[in-house]
Ligand binder design. Structure first.
Ligand code: CO8
Length: 262
């Protein structure tokens, strides 16, 4: 696959573990990472062996401190920057993949790093982690979905507080307000828990899992009536899937099902 020196890929059974690998720069996101992640996700999406993806940061200090500030392009015109960012292909690639993505977060999770985490489907956080969207201090604003995904995840009120102040919050607070749904004692425990969650998901019928992700995410952009219609259509499609038929047969025969991912 498209691994490079700044993004490491390891396969563990049906789970692909992607590690941001610039510990000397606290996993700041550079063009290398931005460029390779979407391609990687597309390859995972097409790989029938893979059922879920875990994203983590290497080194002791954190998940990611966001965009590489040293790589900033102060002389780019607004129109050139917009051309580079819209559509932002790299974080949106997480929405586009039908395989669930689990973030294992420790230490710093700032700016674009937090935005990357917000685009994942499940967030596991280690005690000691710190979240913030500090972009306004640089005269910028979140550009990786922070102003859109955070309100959708935790509501407008708490989001605006974090977005406007740039205040850092700790792991417990992030867990309490629903940014993360699992809290672990240490970075190692967070990664282990993220891998465990990914394995659980990967063991389930793939099509059902993909449709749940699609219905829940797409539904956020719809009114309730259309969201319910989408759910019913996907539900109906599942009823004739091979894994659904196998699950029902295995239940009747009191045995474990053998899923084929179709
Ligand atoms: N970019 C590049 N290098 C960085 C970054 C960064 N964002 N953050 C830290 N580093 C580097 C430091 O320069 C330093 O390198 P060196 O040893 O060569 O000088 C190394 O990492 C260690 O950092 P510090 O020495 O600063 O460590 P401290 O413990 O003193 O401080 C902090 C750690 C608090 C994390 C501090 O480094 C800091 O505040 N960093 C900036 C965090 C920040 O502002 N992030 C937001 C960036 S803007 C953004 O993400 C916008 C996203 C928009 C689009 C989405 C696409 C990604």
């Amino acid at each position: 696959t498209t691994a490079n020196e700044h993004v490491k890929i390891e396969r563990q059974g049906a789970v692909a573990l992607v590690t941001l690998n610039r510990p000397e720069a606290l996993n700041a996101i550079n063009d290398d990472i931005r460029g390779s992640l979407p391609q990687m996700l597309r390859e995972f999406d097409a790989d029938v062996e893979i059922g879920a993806i875990v994203i983590a940061g290497s080194g002791e200090r954190g998940f990611s401190v966001g965009a590489d500030i040293k790589e900033s392009r102060p002389n780019d015109s607004p129109i050139a920057t917009r051309r580079r960012l819209v559509p932002t292909t790299w974080i949106e690639a997480l929405d586009a993949t039908c395989k669930p993505v689990i973030a294992a977060i420790h230490g710093f999770c700032l700016g674009g790093g937090m935005e990357l985490a917000l685009a994942c489907d499940v967030r596991v956080v280690a005690k000691g982690a710190e979240f913030a969207l500090p972009e306004t201090a640089l005269g910028l604003m979140p550009g990786g979905g922070g102003t859109q995904r955070l309100p959708r995840l935790i509501g407008l009120s708490r989001s605006l507080d974090l977005l406007l102040t740039g205040d850092r919050i700790g792991a417990e607070e992030a867990y309490r307000i629903g940014i993360a749904t699992r809290l672990a004692e240490s970075p190692e425990a967070a990664l282990a828990e993220a891998m465990r969650v990914a394995e659980l998901i990967a063991a389930r019928p793939r099509v059902a899992v993909a449709y749940v992700k699609e219905a829940a995410r797409a539904g956020l952009d719809m009114d309730l009536a259309n969201g319910l219609k989408l759910e019913k259509s996907l539900f109906a499609l599942l009823t004739s899937s091979a894994d659904r038929i196998e699950a029902a047969r295995a239940f009747r025969e009191k045995r474990q099902p053998n899923f084929i991912g179709a």
